[in-house]
Design a protein around this ligand. Structure first.
Ligand code: G6P
Length: 608
């Protein structure tokens, strides 16, 4: 994970780098550092802790004078968070320095080799080996040394590299970790992600695997790993820069929760035309849809939870068997993929290492992959055979909310389209569902407006030790996400269970006052879930229920009820998740947690 930024141009580099790193802190935030060429030598400042510490240490960058520099915000993989392990890393003479996002898999044998050649190491990182290796191959031509190193290292990397004897240049390379470069009239930039430089330029180049960039103040050159110069097309980013700002909200997470009505509308409406669902980017005819034998959905984290929801919906509506896997399992379990199988990967960032590997593995087996992706131009978006974008805009808070909601919409649309094409979803039901979909944004807005009630309830649970979420069918999928939201930002232990599974062990964990959140939005399963609620209540649980308006019978078994507006049963996740997101958020705020940047987590998980 980690974020890298670099600048070379007419302005002071350090403040620009700090600002860029701030936008990338979602990628990691246990330590940070910068290297700036100050006219004589490369000066490095780094510190354990958040970027704020580095900002204070350098007085906003003013103690590091110079117009060329690189910076890094770290999410530790090799070696604990510490000053020594923070990037940038130097060679022994302090003439070459490197920032790195990714993992060098063969760093141990390389390190041994370098030690045998007399190199000494001051950190535990895999990155330091790169600084020494470049030094070892460097004979005055940076490009030659860098490409030699690229041929010798295995793993993933996006690198920014400075050479003291080439102070008017920055070098950057990429393999399997994201990297973009950008340019304006005053200079050139490198970054792990677009928001880091959006304030300065909208003209960016996406660097592909095994490409090298040489940046000067006024131009850039691109090369292959064989040192051949290549040309690349710039992409103009049309994101709203404000979308990556907090805009008056206390946290990005709250802001992003409030953006959900818009996110849902933006993902939905362009695909509804003349009372039909049109997904051009799917690239499939009705005949091809009819020929689908099975769908495999592969994703991580919350994206996986939307996949679990989709299984119930696609199987229910389109009668196509669906298998859902977490990507880290799928990629290594030798899955059985046959002719007619469709593979769908879901990812907000489009950079999750396991999801990307699953995509590549699947393609190697000769299958096409549909990517449901949020970040335009990300690795998964570029490598998938077809891409269906979720138009959620930049999501900054580590815990996803609006991208999750947008993924659900994309999956509903797919399920309905497949159902219609296969004749399992008839016209009247299809039209009613379309109307229900169009009502979702207003219904989400209404649920968000009840935030004060949820906040008051959440305040009672900031001291909770364990919380359990239960539900059946789609309500189980909602429970998985509700539980993850709570635990990842509030650090309260929570688990989600299929409600019927409760009595096979978990019920023994229920004590007097334990909070059990029961989700009961599926009318066909309502009585069954109600019985499970009664069971836990009888053992002392405090039961919070989320159910549809009108289901007042639930008050017999629940201590506190949140009603959601009526919608098609397949779409209740979009509504029931809102109070659960708010609950997790307010518990974490009440506990004083760092909501947008929970400990040990990162938004873009580019290591496996
Ligand atoms: C991290 C994030 C989650 C996200 C998961 C998958 O764990 O914190 O919010 O669901 O990665 O990420 P992706 O970008 O592939 O959706």
């Amino acid at each position: 994970m980690c974020g890298i930024v670099g600048y070379i141009g007419r302005h002071q580099a350090a403040p620009i780098i700090l600002e860029g790193l701030e936008r990338l802190e979602y990628r990691g935030y246990d330590s940070a550092g910068m290297a700036v060429f100050n006219g004589e030598k490369i000066q490095i400042t780094k510190s354990i802790g958040r970027l704020k510490v580095l900002e204070e240490l350098t007085h906003g960058g003013s103690t590091m004078q110079g117009v060329v520099g690189i910076g890094h915000t770290r999410w530790a993989t090799h070696g604990v968070p510490s000053n020594e392990n923070a990037h940038p890393h130097f060679n022994a003479e302090e003439t070459i320095t490197v920032v790195h996002n990714g993992i060098i898999e063969n760093y141990l044998p390389l390190k041994e080799k370098m030690i045998s050649k007399g190199y000494t190491f001051v950190s535990d990182t895999d990155t330091e080996v790169l600084a020494h290796l470049i030094d070892y191959y460097y004979k005055g031509n940076p490009l030659e040394a860098i490409t030699k190193v690229m041929h010798r290292v295995q793993g993933s990397y996006a690198l920014g590299i400075l050479f003291a004897d080439h102070p008017d240049e920055i070098f950057a390379v990429r393999k399997d970790s994201p990297l973009i470069v950008g340019q304006n009239e005053d200079g050139c930039f490198i970054a792990s992600d677009v928001p880091a430089i959006l304030k300065y330029t909208r003209k960016v180049y996406f660097i592909e695997n095994q490409e090298v960039v040489r940046l000067r103040a006024d131009h850039m050159h691109f090369y292959t790993v064989d040192e051949e110069e290549i040309t690349k097309e710039a992409v103009t980013i049309d994101w709203d820069a404000d979308a990556a700002e907090k805009g008056g909200y206390e946290h990005f997470m709250l802001k992003e929760m409030y953006e959900q009505p818009k996110t849902v509308t933006d993902t939905l409406m362009p695909r509804i035309k003349d009372n039909d669902i049109v997904i051009e980017e799917l690239g499939m005819t009705d005949e091809e849809i009819q020929a689908i034998r099975k769908i495999h959905i592969v994703a991580c984290g919350s994206a996986y939870h939307t996949g679990v929801t989709a299984k119930y919906i696609i199987e229910g509506i389109a009668r196509i068997p669906v298998e859902v896997d977490v990507a880290s399992e799928f990629r290594y379990r030798n899955p059985i993929l046959e002719q007619g199988d469709m593979i769908v990967v879901i990812s907000q960032s489009g950079e999750t290492a396991d999801t990307l590997a699953a995509l590549r593995g699947t393609q190697k087996m000769g299958h096409k992959v549909l990517g449901i992706v949020n970040v335009v131009g990300s690795s998964i978006a570029r490598e998938a055979d077809n891409v269906m974008y979720t138009w959620a805009g930049p999501e900054i808070a580590v815990a996803t909310t609006k991208a999750y909601s947008a993924q659900l919409i994309a999956l509903y649309l797919l399920a309905m389209k497949f159902g219609k094409a296969r004749g399992t979803l008839q016209a009247p039901a299809f039209c009613n569902m379309l109307e229900d979909l169009k009502r979702l944004p207003a219904q989400i807005e209404m649920l968000l407006s009840n935030k004060n009630r949820i906040q008051r309830f959440a305040n009672r649970y900031i001291g909770a030790k364990d919380v359990f979420f239960i539900g059946r069918g789609i309500d189980y999928a909602i429970s998985l996400e509700g539980s993850l939201k709570l635990k990842e930002i509030s650090y309260i232990h929570s688990e989600a269970y299929a409600a019927g599974e409760l009595k096979h062990g978990t019920i023994s964990l229920i004590e007097q006052g334990t909070l059990v959140a029961a989700v009961a939005t599926q009318d066909a399963l309502f009585q069954k879930t109600l019985s499970n609620m009664v069971e836990v209540k009888a053992r002392g649980a405090f039961v919070l229920a989320v159910t549809n308006e009108g289901n007042t019978e639930i008050e017999k078994a629940a201590d506190y009820v949140i009603y959601i507006p009526r919608t098609n049963p397949y779409f209740t996740n979009s509504l029931a998740i809102i109070p659960l997101q708010l609950f997790g958020y307010y518990v974490a705020v009440g506990k004083g947690c760092d909501v947008d940047k929970p400990r040990n987590l990162a938004k873009s998980v580019t290591v496996e």
